[in-house]
Structure formats: C-alpha cells, structure tokens
Ligand binder design. Structure first.
Ligand code: FES
Ligand SMILES: [Fe+2]
Length: 358
C-alpha cells in the first residue's frame, strides 16, 4: 500500500515508532519491514550504523531487499538486484553500472536519491521517525525507558493483529477483558475477579498506572518477593513499558504497538531483566506464555475488527474503559497539536484513581 503523503492518512505522525530490534540486522545485513503503510529497508553498515531507506528502487521499483549490501567506493552501498544501481545509506545514488564514464559525469547521479528515514538506536531497538513533513527535523527526542540505554534485549517476540492501531492499543489498556480472554486456570478466571483500584498519573504524551503492589491473584508476580512494585505506562504512539521492580532488580516488558498498514498492526514484546531468578526460568516457557497471551488477544481483536468493519457505535463505560478514552483523546490532541498548532493537552491533568472488577 503505497503511501508517500502524510496528508490523508490514518497514522499519527511526528513521533518515533518501533522499527526493528537491532539484532535483526548484523553489520552488512538488511531486512524489509512494512511500517505505516510504507515498505522500508532497515540496514546496518559494515561499520555497524543502523539506517533505513525505502525498499522501492527509485529506478524501476523492484524491491531493494532482494539485492545485496556491498562495500563500494563510498562505503556501504545497497545494490539493487535489477540493474545493479547502488545507493548509499543516506539514499544518494553512488553507481549506475550501465552508464559509460562520460554518461555518468553528464548525468550527475548524486541527484538521484532513494527516500531515507531518520533512525535512532537505543535499548537494542532501532526507532524510526515518521513526520507530517518528511524532511523536517524530529520535534521529539527518541523514546526514553527507565532502564540503561545500553540494556540488552533478553527476548523478543512479535505477533500480528489484523486490526487498526487504536484497537490494538486499547486492547492492551483494557483491564476488563483479562478474566475472559486470558482465562487460563493458572492465571485468572471470572471466578477470581475482585475489585481493584489503581491510581494513574500523567506522563509526557501519555499516562502511567503508577507504581503499586501487583494483584495478589497473579502468581507470576510472587516470584519477585514482597517488595515488588509494578508500573505500566502508555505513551504515544503505542509504547507500553511495564516495569516490575524489587530493590535494584527489574524485569521490564516493553510492549510496542506499531501500525504496519491501516488494518494490520504488530505487537512487539521486548523483555529486559537483571533479575537472576528470571534467567533460571526456561526461555521456552516464557516464550510459550507470551504466545498464549498474544494469541488470545489477537483472536479477540481480529474478531472485533470484523464487527468494527460494519461501523457500529462503541461504548466506553466507567471506570474500566477510561484508559481507552484517555488514549483516544491523547491521539486526537496530538494530531491537533501537530497539524493545527494547538497546545497539546494531556486528558489526564492530575493523578486519578480508577476502580473496576477484573
Ligand atoms: S530497478 Fe533498481 S536498478 Fe533498475
Ligand atoms: Fe489482553
């Protein structure tokens, strides 16, 4: 789905999005991903620098990801598989093999450019900037997590949701579905439902379920001892870090919602920890648990997407649907702020306690 213009699209912009996990491309490698309806080639130069450019060759549109990365005269160059044109990581054309020397000079091939994207690598993630004006400098610094910037990704899993970005984000902030969709007996069931009360506070472009003792009915948390606190944040566009901390030990689960296209969204789950007890848990077990949860959510939102395609009204009730309303307001307000210059308003002005049963 070609989409070079940001004007009429459904995606929120002027934000950093998840690109890839850095480990997906070693030096001299590249990989194709679709993000916000654009086909993007993420690569890493032989020197180790991450970059992103369009995967569509400016010559005649074959996918550059079918080509190779070579060490050319200018350094790392992406070589198109069709006619061998080469592009530098900054998009500039470096070589057109079919041209004779005098033709190369006459043509000034450096004027030929592949579209490139700004990227930033931190926390083992390559973030990619999508702006309303593609050429403008980012108006925000790259995302910040409450862990060291050079933290190593311990585990990465992803899942496709066949729904739009909003339905995916809302599903992650929705406490009332947990006993129904995630009703495995070792976790939670409608029978273990009880009243909860959580305090939320505003953060930049989002909100936080402020640090609290985790629910007594979630036995996984018990692994970490009595002093454990957990905090879950949500920040635009779809960054949802969950920090479990006990003393100086942490287990951080960063869930990121990224639109692939208008009707497809990926959920990335990235785990970091420095807690020795977690390293003892077999990775396949953690992976399996993540897959069980993600499959349950994807089955729910895929089914919901069918319902939503008939354009029904939706209801948001107190208090369990309030985080969904905050997200929708954040989204609206960000768009207004960036497109119309209005002040950005966080719908959550001060700490607020919500109550529900789950
Ligand atoms: S299509 Fe890429 S070099 Fe011709
Ligand atoms: Fe869920």
């Amino acid at each position: 789905m070609a989409n070079d213009t940001a004007q009429n699209d459904v995606f929120l912009r002027d934000l950093w999005y998840f690109g890839i996990v850095g480990d997906e491309v070693k030096p001299g490698q590249m990989v194709q991903k679709e993000r916000l309806g654009e086909l993007i080639l993420f690569g890493r130069t032989h020197e180790g620098e991450a970059f992103a450019m369009t995967d569509i060759c400016p010559h005649r549109a074959i996918l550059l990801s079918g080509g190779e990365m070579v060490k050319g005269e200018t350094g790392t160059e992406v070589q198109c598989p069709y006619h061998g044109w080469r592009f530098r990581p900054d998009g500039q054309c470096a070589f057109i093999p079919s041209l004779t020397a005098d033709q190369t000079e006459a043509m000034d091939i450096s004027k030929i450019k592949a579209k490139t994207y700004r990227v930033h690598e931190s926390y083992g993630i390559v973030w990619i900037w999508f702006g309303y004006d593609h050429d403008a400098e980012p108006c925000l610094p790259p995302p910040t997590l409450d862990i060291p910037r050079d933290s190593k990704v311990r585990m990465y899993e992803e899942c496709d949701f066949h729904c739009d970005m909003d339905a995916a984000v809302i599903s992650l902030m929705d406490p009332a579905h947990i006993p129904y969709i995630h009703n495995q007996s070792w976790w939670r069931t409608p029978k273990t439902m009880h009243e909860k009360q959580k305090t939320f506070g505003p953060i930049d472009r989002g909100f936080s379920m402020l640090p609290h003792k985790p629910s007594s009915n979630s036995f996984i948390y018990k692994l970490f001892g009595k002093d454990i606190t957990t905090e879950i944040q949500l920040e635009l566009p779809g960054l949802r870090p969950e920090y479990m901390k006990a003393g100086d030990k942490h287990v951080t689960t960063v869930t990121i919602v990224t639109p692939v296209s208008a009707n497809k969204t990926i959920i990335s789950i990235i785990l970091y920890w420095n807690h020795a007890a977690v390293s003892l848990v077999p990775k396949w077990l953690i992976r399996r648990a993540i897959h069980v949860f993600m499959k349950q959510d994807s089955t729910a939102v895929d089914s919901q997407a069918i319902g939503l395609s008939y354009d029904p009204p939706q209801m948001f009730i107190h208090d369990s649907d309030i985080p969904a309303k905050w997200y929708l307001a954040l989204r609206r307000n960000w768009e207004k702020h960036r497109k119309e210059g209005a002040d950005f308003v966080n719908p959550l002005k001060e700490n607020k306690t919500l109550r529900w049963r789950s």
